[in-house]
Design a protein around this ligand. Sequence first.
Ligand code: ATP
Ligand code: MG
Length: 435
Amino acid sequence: MSRKHVSPNALSALYRLHARGFIAYLVGGCVRDLLLGRTPKDFDIGTDATPNQIKKLFRNCRLIGRRFRLAHLHFKNEIVEVSTFRRAGSPSDNPEPEEEGRPKRPRHIKDEEGMVLVDNVFGTPEEDALRRDFTINALAYNIADASLIDFSTGLADLNDRVIRPIGEPSVRFTEDPVRMLRAVRFAASHGFDIESAAWESICELSSTISRVPPARLYEEIQKLFLLGSARTAFRLMDKSRLLSTLFPSLGRSIDGNSRCRELLEANLAFIDQAYRSGGMALSPALFFAALFGPSLERAALVRHKEGIPRHQALDETCALFMEEISKTVSVPGRVGGRMRAILALQASLHKMPPRRPASIAGRSEFAEALAYLRIAAETKKEYKPSLEWWDTFLLEMPPIAAAEPATEKLPKKRRRRRRQKGRHVPMAPSDQEKG
Ligand code: ATP
Ligand code: MG
C-alpha cells in the first residue's frame, strides 16, 4: 500500500504518535479504500495512546464523545479521527456502583434484545479490529514498518469482493442493526457481494432496523443513497425488506405497482449517473422528492379525484407521509417542507406556457423543482416539452429577471439570488447531456 495516497495530515499524526512511542495504525475504511485504489472519504487512526495523551500531543486536538472519548485533529480541510483501541465489552467491565459520591458510568450496556447501547472499554489492536463490523473494514496499516495487519480474513475477502461480518452475522446485526445498512451500502458502492449467511441474516432481521434511533437512521440513509449507487442500494433494501420497514408507505406502493417501482428505479439511476458524471451532491430534499415523489404524486391524485383541490391533496399527502416516516427516520422538517415545495411547483412547471415564469424562476425551490422535472422527464416523455421550454427560457432570460424572487415582501437588498459556497448544486442541463 502506497503512502502517496494517504492524507499528509494523517501521515504526520501517525509519525508523531509513533515518535512518542505509541502504536499508530491507519484503521478502518481508509485502509480498505486505499487497497482498492479508491480515494478514502476520511482517515481514521487507531492507537494505544489514551484520549488525554493524544490531547497533550496535538494542539489542534478536540476530544469529543461523552461515552467514548475520541480525538478529532482539526486541519484546514479535514478532520482526522484518532481513537484509542477498544474491545467489545461485557457486563464484568462495569465499575462497582459507588456507595457515596457520584455513581460511576457503566462501560458496557446491552438491552434485552442484545443491542449494544454503550461500549466503552479500551483494548488491544487485535480486539479493536475484531469489534469492527466487516472483515474488509478491520484491516490496519502500521506506520512503524509500513506493514498491513489483518486479524481476520480482510485481505482475502477484499480480493474476493465479499462483505463478511466478523463473527456470527445474526449476533453482529443484533448488536447494531445499522450494520445491515452498512453492508448494503458497501455492496452497492463497491460492487461487492454480501456473503450468503450474512444476507440471510439481514433478510431475517430487517424489521429490527426500526430499533435504531431515527436521527442515526437519517444520517445512514443519506450515506446510502446520495453517493452514486442509489439504485443498487434501493434494490438490496427492497429485497431484504429493509426498505419497507423504514418507509412502510413506499413499500406498500411499490409492492403492488410495478410501474411505480420502474419510475422510481429510473429516477435513482438518473441521479446516480448525474452524480458520477459531475461528482455533484444532490440536496437531501431533491433526493427525497426523487425517491418518494412518484408514490406521493399517485396518492395525491387519488385524493384529488375524491374532490380535494390538487394543491391541498398534495399538501395533505405529504403531511401524512412525513408523520409516518418520522417514527423511523427523522427527516428534518425543513427537508420535508422543501420536498413538498419541489413537488408542489411541478404543476406550474408543467403548465405550457407558464404563467408569470420570471416569478416562478425566482422562487427559492425553483432550481431543485426544475431538477426534479428533469429527472421525471426521463421516464415521462410528456414532460419533455416543458423541460425544453424552461431550459430555453433560462438561457434567454436576463440575469436580473432570473434572480427575481416570487415574494414581493422581501426587502430590496435581499432580492438578489446569491450563490452560496458549498451549497448543493441541482442538476443543470449540461449534466444531463454529459450523462
Ligand atoms: P466510509 O467510506 O463511508 O467512510 P467507513 O468504513 O470508513 O466507510 P466509517 O463510518 O468512517 O465507515 O467508520 C470507520 C470504521 O469504523 C469502519 O471501517 C469500521 O471498521 C468501523 N465501524 C463503523 N461503524 C461501525 C459499526 N456500526 N459497527 C462496527 N464497526 C463500525
Ligand atoms: Mg470512513
